[in-house]
Design a protein around this ligand. Sequence first.
Ligand SMILES: *Cc1c(COP(=O)(O)O)cnc(C)c1O
Length: 229
Amino acid sequence: MGAPVRYSLVAEEVTAACRQAGRDPDEVRLVAVSKTVGEGAVSAALAQGARDFAENRPDQLVAKATAFPEARWHFIGNIQSRRIRDIVAHASLVHSLHELRHGERIDAVAAQLSKVQDVLVEVNVSGEQSKSGVAPADAAAFVAACAALPHVRVRGLMTMAPQGDLEAARGCFQGLAQLADEARRRLPGEQAAAFGELSMGMSGDWRQAIAAGATMVRIGRAIFSDTFE
Ligand SMILES: *Cc1c(COP(=O)(O)O)cnc(C)c1O
């Protein structure tokens, strides 16, 4: 037996945090990060109302998206060129695009699959060496370059905050929101209208992310791990 799944509890907490921050709960999507759990836990979360799940490995994305086609599957992991076909075939949203050659490959594969792939651009707001993402100064130009690809639709930005320092996380999330405003202003009308998602906040810092304007929080341990309190 795995740990008890706490999706509905976390969903209630997210709704309460939205109200506290003066935000409409319908503007914030809870994405359940199922990368550490199996299909039993995914089933349990689905039964509690989960509709959005995220994986960081292509193999797991393919397996779980195939097993649970009723859910929306997000890809939040490191993108490798040779796995882009699997990712595009199964992901409703790719959160982690930060290299133009990958954007071009996604565009080509999406064209073959007669699809327009929704993506987010990952930005390394905190500047930590260990984190991936485009540099903040390059974000707007990178967004514009990807948005010009006909089978790629850039929906917004994603970041990961420094861990263990909630003040630093808050600054990081506010920085991402500001970069998104700047990037949107540089997009042509139709592309600007599609651009507005902010994927930020994980188990330890999602409250700060919601206060800073997150439209998607990616939560794993708080839902699925029995050692997170
Ligand atoms: C694992 C992961 C998460 C979820 O982290 P938790 O701390 O388990 O909530 C969110 N985003 C990304 C990119 C991840 O890899």
